[in-house]
Design a protein around this ligand. Structure first.
Ligand SMILES: [Zn+2]
Length: 67
């Protein structure tokens, strides 16, 4: 379930946009991603995310070496 970057409320998808049920914020998919990217820059979640991305990259790198 998508979460509102402004208030943390549930966001519903409508006409290719995400609309917050709580505050009425309306974002496109890319606006939504950007908004969360901005927030994650300042949170520990981002560190976890980067760590996970790095692990996935390493996995991919390891498997691609076999070819
Ligand atoms: Zn909201």
């Amino acid at each position: 379930m998508a979460k509102c970057p402004e208030c943390g409320g549930n966001m519903i998808s409508r006409m290719k946009r995400k609309i917050c049920e709580t505050c009425g914020l309306s974002l496109t998919g890319s606006e939504y991603d950007k908004a969360w990217d901005k927030i994650r820059e300042h949170t520990n979640d981002d560190a976890h995310h980067r760590h996970r991305m790095k692990m996935e990259y390493l996995k991919w790198y390891e498997s691609s070496k076999k070819h």
